[in-house]
Write a protein that binds this ligand. Structure first.
Ligand SMILES: [Zn+2]
Length: 408
């Protein structure tokens, strides 16, 4: 099966826009991407004309949790059969919005990926973590519940218990997540907003615990992603060898320099911070989170701007975790432009930079380059001039995943 996409402009994911471009998909691989002059003849191809052709987008920080409220505990106290069934619909919304790959850092994604990969249901490529690793009293321990209930509910909801203490348990935790199908290990290296008693400023996990997690993950060829707001948590994670920092709220020059020096990627998740700060109350956000989100939101934009100025690699991530908002993933790109990126650089965060957040587990995708996976979208309008066109799924007219047309 050959598809030939003829476009007014081709956005390759990394590098300059090509005016009058052609992309040829042969089965699941891109066999040509470049100017119309020089494109091969494809007499038997299905021909599509569009304003813009670009790589399928990546959301490198999402959660298939299958709840409607901005309350993570609801994901634990709702039957997993219900949350999983809702997540099937959420995955379809993401694909429909042009997101062909989701790095899912906590939720049912590792299981949903099985059915999607089998072709039972449509959805993006999901690279999931399963549960997430947290210390007792940390961000993914559910503080309002007795500890044993928190553990049992996590196993029911996400297949594993992620609360670990001490280097040995931390190492065993990595192994349990891998056993459930993790393609990335997600940890909590500082307190967070959506948890009852912890402080986003304070680091979580000891040096020894962080090093044990990174050592085990590295040996098993998966990368570690760390939720971090406070500076001390960010510095400790970088020193331990963590490769992506999620949120990065209290970023300063020293942290940004350390990230750039150690090739650590920032996944900012500006979308969720703005949404919760403005509409959290109507989304059922718990009382404890309201004060924390106000303070976080103030610092977060400044932190991203510092990272942009210092040349830290940024990967697109929304932190969408509720069923009402999947499909709005493209809104993050406009928010990144608001933090100082050009539209083309914002597109790079959601395309070429996506696979970088998976390290050795990365697929060969994210760019319109010969030989890469045929994950490609067609878009009405010019996102290289106005990136906000990607926020509206109606502007994404065609979605191809591994060369198979899912929309259009
Ligand atoms: Zn998250």
């Amino acid at each position: 099966m050959t598809t030939r996409i003829e476009a007014t402009r081709l956005i390759p994911g990394r590098g300059d826009v090509v005016d009058n471009g052609v992309v040829v998909l042969d089965d699941d691989v891109i066999t040509y991407a470049g100017p119309t002059d020089g494109a091969p003849s494809t007499p038997d191809a299905d021909v599509v004309s569009t304003d813009t052709v670009m790589p399928g987008m990546w959301d490198c920080h999402g959660h298939f949790m299958g709840v409607y409220e901005a309350d993570v505990e609801k994901a634990l106290t709702t039957r997993p059969q219900i949350t999983t069934a809702r997540s099937v619909g959420d995955a379809m919304k993401a694909l429909d919005a042009g997101f062909t790959s989701i790095r899912e850092v906590g939720g049912v994604g590792v299981f949903l990926a099985v059915a999607i990969n089998e072709g039972q249901v449509p959805g993006p490529n999901i690279y999931g973590s399963g549960a997430t690793l947290s210390m007792t009293a940390g961000h993914a321990d559910f503080h309002s519940l007795p500890l044993e209930h928190s553990r049992a509910l996590s196993i029911a909801a996400w297949g594993e218990d992620g609360v670990v203490d001490g280097p040995d348990q931390a190492r065993a935790g990595v192994r349990r997540l891998l056993r459930a199908g993790a393609r990335v290990i997600k940890i909590h290296a500082s307190g967070g907003v959506m948890s009852q008693i912890d402080d986003p400023h304070l680091p979580q996990f000891s040096k020894e615990e962080l090093e044990a997690i990174v050592d085990e993950a590295t040996r098993m060829e998966v990368l570690v992603a760390a939720h971090t707001h406070g500076k001390r948590g960010m510095m400790a994670a970088i020193e331990a060898g963590v490769k992506t920092l999620e949120h990065g709220t209290y970023m300063d020059d020293e942290v940004a320099d350390a990230m750039a020096e150690n090739d650590v990627i920032l996944v900012p998740t500006r979308f969720i911070v703005e949404l919760l700060a403005s509409k959290g109350e109507s989304l059922g956000m718990p009382e404890y989170a309201k004060k924390k989100i106000r303070e976080t939101a103030e610092h977060h934009r400044n932190g991203i701007s510092i990272a942009v100025e210092k040349g830290v690699t940024i990967a697109n991530g929304t932190d969408i975790f509720s069923s009402g908002i999947w499909g709005r993933n493209g809104e993050e790109l406009g928010l990144m432009v608001g933090c100082g990126l050009t539209p083309l650089a914002a597109i790079e965060t959601a395309t070429a930079n996506g696979p970088l957040t998976l390290g050795p587990q990365a697929p060969n995708s994210g760019q319109l380059v010969e030989g890469m996976d045929a994950d490609v979208i067609c878009v009405t309008g010019d996102p290289s001039a106005d990136v906000s066109v990607l926020a509206d799924p109606n502007n994404v007219t065609h979605v191809y995943k591994a060369g198979v047309k899912h929309k259009g």
